[in-house]
Write a protein that binds this ligand. Structure first.
Ligand code: 26Q
Length: 816
């Protein structure tokens, strides 16, 4: 395929190189023979952009003409990462682009490195939204993602003296070639004020207005010309703001006024252990919800002329409760602005919305003080109270006289400061509610949403998460992709189930050898990058033991460290034994206010400093921390991993998606029976995964039966030695008490996440890991079994399930 510019007929040849030079000259504005890698990145991006724009225009026109049903995916986060490699793959331009860049004496990989990540998300939830966009486009589902165009994304992480330091992420500083500002799409969003009651009619008199301007990113489908849209809103001060300050020369005051409006999209809120509950966050949520709802309704009216058939043509999906205020906003639009009766509006609403929950932890469920809602969105509060009233009347019929039942169901938490429970609003306003793995969905209806499930059992369902094989296998791991292509063809990119056909290859010695060579090459590539970028030396022959994810107590990076220190002690005791060399790789960010998570990062560094330099260890155990984990670093790490650490306390990790990316790239999982690990086990087979630890119900029993971590500490000499070493300053001699608090939380603070309860079985599982790795051939067999078993974890399967079970849409069959 060529860079195809039908509209530039004046050029004699239509090669990729001419297109590249054309963009260098006219779009980037540099002389082709002076182009830097960054210039080249922009030029290649702009050529891709033009071709995608053409496809986008066709897609939109066709969908408009066919008056299709669409799904709108509302998410505060889209963790996109880089776009160039994905665009080139979707357009089938990779080889041409590589050749063109080669003519400038550059490698395409180095050019791609110039792009900064669009890190508009915290972690799993945001990356899931990005994978879903990719799948919606690839399946040809008429769809829009809606979000916020943050000026600053996820903070960049630096490590200074072993400690995390946060820096702002000015990802837009040099502009991005990927956005299309839509000058004409400019929606007013209102805040504050008061509500006037005119009989039955409520009139909102807002105190403030901000305009929402649309900025689109195109979402290329793979193996199709379909292109989806990610529409992100940025705020602008309304044109009619008080300009007297400008006229009187008081520019500082004028800037302040402007800022007051435009700060809404300033920065992505961090996923703290407990939600921040700050007014600006609420404004962010409403800002993008109001703009999106307005856009959806306008498009519907333009195509259908009436809102009576809204639910026939529109599905709106809520990615967690962050956009749940949309339920009240759509009611407001229908009732206050389009003269719907309350009952008719409510019928439409419940058919339109669906909601995904991503966490069971009660402290992470979003609530807003009633007083704050009254202040920021008085009409919405009124609507929520009416929804609640009607709902509780209905619920009371189910269990007459059970006031406690109603108290638990209420959208308003009455204890202490009254608060609106956003999950309750989302459940009541939706026709479907889903969890993100089989276990998680089961637990939802058994625990936090049990009362709702007793009222509406048919409303609750499961859609297990997935990841896009285009980014997480084809793009991140081209060598493995090529090996798979050679064995089963290239169809797995659109139909990941075909990986099953790799299964028999684990009996093929040649294939095993080729597979092992690919893994080794990927490990060498990661090692070379670490040497170059981080000044770290690691041995590609060692077992790469990888835990990469946000740092959180429930994910138990600390349990991993307890194993590391145990192993260190064991090596010191018996240095001559035949130790399987290991490189334990950590990466992940801690929320800036999460002290314990930051301590864990520091402890990883302190342990690494001691272990890595101990001559007795002799390099057979290394601990490395890769700073600034994000999408692009994940793309480097996943292909090089041997072992995937998925060791959360059973019942705490809703699904996990890193577990899927790692297994898809041929890593074996060591993990608890938590989240999607269970389904991974079912697919790859018991023999190809190292499961350990207490199961969910056993953890619950420990919580009931007086769990005693001190007993475990006293009863296990290895564990005692490890905890004593850390608490006693063995790894922080210049400040012996540095980790006293970390260890006290285990021994005296109740060990909330039951690390000590799982310590023994974790160590046993690690020994099984060593034994299999030593066997070499056996390991490779199971690694192949992992890849072969991962077909079910494509986000195409997830999105296909949402489409048919929740959104009432028919995704196109995969194109062969
Ligand atoms: C809420 C209120 C105020 C500020 C921030 C937040 C906030 C932001 C992000 C709360 C939570 C998040 C992110 C949650 C998340 O990433 N959850 C993960 O979702 C993945 C996709 O479903 C799962 O695989 C993970 O198990 C789950 O932890």
């Amino acid at each position: 395929m060529k860079f195809d510019r039908r509209d530039r007929r004046d050029r004699s040849d239509h090669t990729a190189l001419t297109a590249l030079n054309y963009h260098l000259l006219t779009t980037v504005g540099v002389s082709p023979n002076e182009a830097t890698p960054s210039d080249l990145m922009r030029a290649v991006a702009h050529e891709s952009r033009q071709q995608l724009a053409e496809r986008w225009v066709h897609t939109q026109a066709a969908e408009r003409a066919a008056k299709v049903r669409r799904v709108y995916y509302l998410s505060m986060e889209f963790l996109i990462g880089r776009s160039l490699g994905n665009a080139l793959a979707a357009l089938g331009l990779r080889d041409d682009a590589a050749a063109a860049v080669q003519a400038h004496a550059r490698r395409l990989e180095d050019v791609e490195e110039q792009e900064s990540d669009a890190a508009l998300g915290n972690g799993g939830l945001g990356r899931l939204a990005a994978c879903f966009l990719d799948s919606m486009a690839t399946l040809g589902l008429p769809s829009f993602g809606y979000g916020i165009r943050y000026e600053y994304g996820m903070f960049a992480q630096d490590i200074l003296d072993g400690r995390q330091v946060e820096h702002p992420d000015p990802w837009l500083a040099d502009g991005t070639p990927w956005e299309f500002p839509r000058a004409g799409i400019d929606v007013p969003v209102h805040f504050g004020g008061w509500v006037e009651q005119r009989g039955e009619v409520s009139v909102w008199h807002p105190a403030g207005e901000v305009r929402a301007k649309a900025c689109d990113m195109v979402v290329p489908g793979h193996g199709t010309r379909h292109v989806g849209t990610l529409r992100m809103w940025k705020p602008a001060a309304p044109a009619h703001i008080d300009l007297r300050a400008f006229n009187s020369g008081d520019y500082a005051r004028a800037a302040e006024v402007k800022n007051e409006f435009e700060n809404i999209s300033w920065v992505l809120y961090p996923n703290d252990s407990t939600p921040a509950g700050r007014e600006l966050r609420l404004r962010q949520e409403y800002f993008f919800v109001a703009a999106s709802a307005h856009d959806i309704v306008s498009r519907h009216l333009a195509e259908h002329g009436s809102l009576d058939n809204l639910a026939e043509k529109v599905a709106i999906h809520l990615n967690d409760t962050h956009p749940a205020i949309a339920v009240a906003e759509l009611m407001r639009l229908l009732v206050d602005q389009h003269a719907f009766s309350w009952a008719d509006a409510w019928t439409q609403c419940r058919r339109v919305f669906s909601y995904t929950n991503h966490t069971l932890m009660p402290e992470a469920l979003e609530t807003w003080p009633v007083g704050l809602l009254h202040h920021v969105l008085p009409r919405h509060l009124q609507i929520i109270l009416r929804i609640n009233h009607d709902f509780l009347v209905e619920a009371a019929h189910h269990r007459p006289g059970d006031d406690d039942f109603l108290r638990r169901l209420s959208l308003i938490e009455e204890a202490g400061e009254r608060r609106v429970r956003m999950a309750h609003l989302a459940i009541v306003g939706s026709h479907k509610v889903n969890g993100v793995s089989a276990l998680h969905s089961t637990l939802l209806v058994k625990t936090i949403f049990a009362d709702f499930a007793s009222l509406y059992p048919e409303r609750f369902t499961n859609v297990t998460n997935g990841v896009t094989p285009r980014r997480w296998l084809a793009q991140a791991n081209p060598s493995l992709a090529a090996l798979i292509d050679g064995s089963i063809g290239s169809g797995w990119r659109q139909e990941l189930d075909r990986l099953r056909d790799l299964g028999p290859q684990s009996d093929n010695a040649d294939f095993r050898a080729a597979f092992a060579r690919v893994k080794l090459a990927n490990k060498e590539r990661l090692a070379a990058w670490m040497a170059r970028e981080l000044g770290l030396t690691i041995d590609p022959g060692s077992l790469f033991d990888v835990q990469v994810k946000r740092i959180h107590e429930y994910k138990r990076q600390l349990l991993n460290l307890l194993h590391v220190v145990t192993r260190y002690h064991a090596i010191l005791r018996d240095p001559r034994a035949d130790w399987v060399p290991r490189t334990v790789i950590f990466a992940g960010k801690a929320a800036s206010s999460y002290h314990m998570a930051k301590q864990i990062i520091r402890l990883i560094h302190d342990v690494g400093a001691v272990v890595n330099s101990d001559p007795v260890v002799g390099g057979r155990l290394k601990v490395v921390f890769v700073p600034n984990y994000g999408v692009s670093i994940a793309e480097r790490i996943m292909p090089a991993a041997d072992l995937s650490e998925q060791i959360s306390t059973a019942g705490t990790e809703a699904s996990g998606t890193g577990n899927m990316k790692l297994a898809l790239n041929g890593a074996l999982t060591i993990g608890t029976e938590d989240g999607a690990n269970i389904e991974i086990r079912d697919q790859v087979g018991e023999a190809s995964i190292f499961l350990f630890g207490h199961k969910t119900h056993e953890i619950a029993e420990l919580n009931r039966g007086g769990y005693q971590p001190l007993r475990l500490y006293e009863g296990d000499a290895r564990l005692k030695a490890v905890l004593d070493a850390i608490a006693g300053g063995r790894f922080s001699p210049e400040e012996p008490d540095r980790y006293r608090g970390v260890i006290d939380a285990l021994l005296w603070g109740g060990d909330h996440y039951k690390l000590l309860a799982d310590y023994d079985s974790y160590l046993a599982a690690q020994q099984r890991v060593d034994a299999l790795f030593r066997d070499g051939e056996g390991w490779v067999r199971h690694a192949i079994a992992n890849v072969a078993g991962m077909g079910a974890f494509s986000s195409d399967r997830s999105v296909g399930t949402y489409a048919s079970q929740i959104w009432n849409m028919q995704p196109r069959a995969p194109q062969r």
